[in-house]
Structure formats: C-alpha cells, structure tokens
Design a protein around this ligand. Structure first.
Ligand code: COA
Length: 260
C-alpha cells in the first residue's frame, strides 16, 4: 500500500480527518504508518484552510493497537535508537498549533494510547479499550506514556495501567479522565468532527495561543506559565482576529476569523 493509503487524508471543510488504515494489523504503527502519519499531519498544518485535525483508526476493532511488535524482533538497542531518532509522531501532534482530537474507535494500546495522549482532546466509543501493555513484552512505554499518562490521569492511575498492563473499558477511561467523552460507536466521527468544527469556527490565532499556554501549565512553574499567558494574550491583541472578534461582538454579529 502507498503512504497515502496507510494514512488516509480527508479534508472536511476546515477539518482534516486522518485515518490510520491498517485494520488487518489493528492499525499498528510500523515505520510506513509513522512516516505517512507525519506527512499527513504536515499537510494539515501547511493548509491554511485546515483549522483542526481529527485522528481515528480504520475498521471497527482498533484505533491503534500500538507499535508494530513484529518490528521489535531481532532489533538491537542501536537499531532501536536509530529508529527513534527520526521525527516523532507524538511530539508532532503535541506541538501542532492546530488542535488535534483523537476519535478512539476500538483498541487504543501502547503507542496508540500514547498517540491519543499526545492529542488535545480524546473522544471514545463505548467499545474502546485502553492500556499500556508494554510490560507484557519486557519493555516500557517509549512514546511518552510514562510522562504524559501521569499528567493526564495522575500518578496512581498511570502506575496502575503501566505496571499491570491492564486493559480498561471506555467507562473506566472516562472515570479516570483519560477520555473527555464517550459516545455510541455510530456517533463517534460525527461527534468528533462537530467538536473540531466548533473549534475551527474560532480565531485560529487565539486557538493556537490558547493551546500553547494551556499545555505549558503542565511543564512550567506557575510564575513562568503566567508570564507566557500574558505574552500570548498580548500577541492576540496584534491580530486581525481580535479586531474582528471584538467588533463582531459589539455589532451583535457572528465573527469571521481569518487567522491573521
Ligand atoms: N503489532 C503488530 N501486529 C499486531 C499488533 C501490534 N501492536 N496488534 C495486533 N497485531 C496483529 C496481530 O498479530 C494479528 O496479525 P495476524 O492476523 O497476521 O496474525 C492481527 O493484528 C489481528 O490481531 P488479533 O490479535 O488476531 O486481533 P484481536 O482483535 O483478537 O486482538 C489486540 C486485538 C489488539 C487485543 C491484540 O492484537 C493485541 O494484544 N495486540 C498487541 C497490543 C500491544 O501489546 N500493544 C503494545 C505494543 S508496544
């Protein structure tokens, strides 16, 4: 399959939908999927018409069932070091100035869970299943799971999942606040795309600034985070979007944002 087939790119209005399309292997992340994913995300970031991204998995069984375990066999430490020295899909998602929503439609394990964790918002179906089962393979999460999971669910919840390798259902994921919402399988894409559309209707400048400032809360001391917030707040005042947003409010009309 070509790269464009293993990660399908669809533009839906102001939203790019990226579908990892390797259902016969439960959408496991091999080198081709990672490369294709990065290219698809880059395409979404380059396209000025795109203001939000939704990621999902093809088929009904999996979002992404992790890194491709077959690739691990026979790999030395140096091989793995080289494989991990290329650009990371997790960092690319996290750093994307355009918000990324994970629409989790089935197994969301290992690297798949780490991909969802790098996203800004996670929506799952009632049939989604989550876990960091790396300990079963004699390895640990290597796509940011040990760092992002405790930031999302707290230390105890993260250690429970990472140390036991337990796979949990969607309702438990919701209880842990690992996902923001759980919907029926038939409603997943409509719901995720509607949420992306609602974000896409806002100022792209404000959305990017809001994402950067809010995410910084997890890595910066409070005083530094507040300084960053102030700086980004002031950046917004230099945008045409702020002029339009304030004017539209005062004129009692819907704003039209340009991302300038
Ligand atoms: N890497 C490589 N191949 C994978 C995979 C992965 N992470 N997850 C699933 N597959 C493959 C299976 O090997 C199988 O291939 P085959 O048909 O050539 O034998 C195919 O996908 C279907 O998997 P199967 O186990 O038959 O499907 P299932 O629906 O019964 O179970 C899972 C799905 C996800 C529970 C199970 O495949 C699984 O546990 N996968 C590994 C999850 C994991 O440990 N991820 C972390 C990796 S670091």
């Amino acid at each position: 399959m070509s790269d464009a087939e293993v990660v399908i790119y669809e533009a839906r209005g102001h939203v790019a939908l990226l579908t990892v399309n390797r259902p016969e292997k439960r959408n496991a992340l091999d080198a081709q999927v990672r490369r294709a994913f990065l290219a698809a995300l880059e395409r979404a970031l380059r396209d000025e018409a795109v203001r939000a991204v939704v990621i999902t998995g093809a088929g009904e069984k999996a979002f992404v069932a992790g890194a491709d375990i077959a690739e691990f066999e026979g790999r030395t430490a140096v091989d793995q070091w080289r494989a991990m020295s290329t650009a990371s899909i997790y960092e690319a998602v996290e750093r994307s100035p355009k918000p990324v929503i994970a629409a989790v439609n089935g197994f969301c394990l290992g690297g798949g869970m780490e991909l969802a964790l790098a996203c800004d918002i996670r929506i799952a179906t009632t049939s989604a299943r989550f876990g960091q089962p790396e300990v079963n393979l004699g390895i640990i999460p290597g796509g940011g799971g040990t760092q992002r999971l405790p930031r999302v669910v707290g230390l105890g919840g993260a250690l429970r999942l990472i140390l036991t390798g337990e796979i949990i259902a969607a309702d438990e994921a919701l209880r842990l606040k690992l996902v923001e919402e759980v919907v029926e399988p038939g409603a997943l894409l409509t719901h995720a795309l509607a949420m992306a559309d609602s974000i896409a209707a806002k100022s792209p400048v404000a959305v990017a600034a809001a994402k950067e400032a809010t995410r910084a809360a997890l890595s910066l001391p409070l005083a530094d985070g507040l300084k960053l917030e102030t700086a980004l707040f002031q950046v917004c005042f230099g945008s045409a979007d702020k002029v339009e947003g304030v004017r539209a409010f005062l004129e009692k009309r819907t704003p039209t944002f340009t991302g300038r």
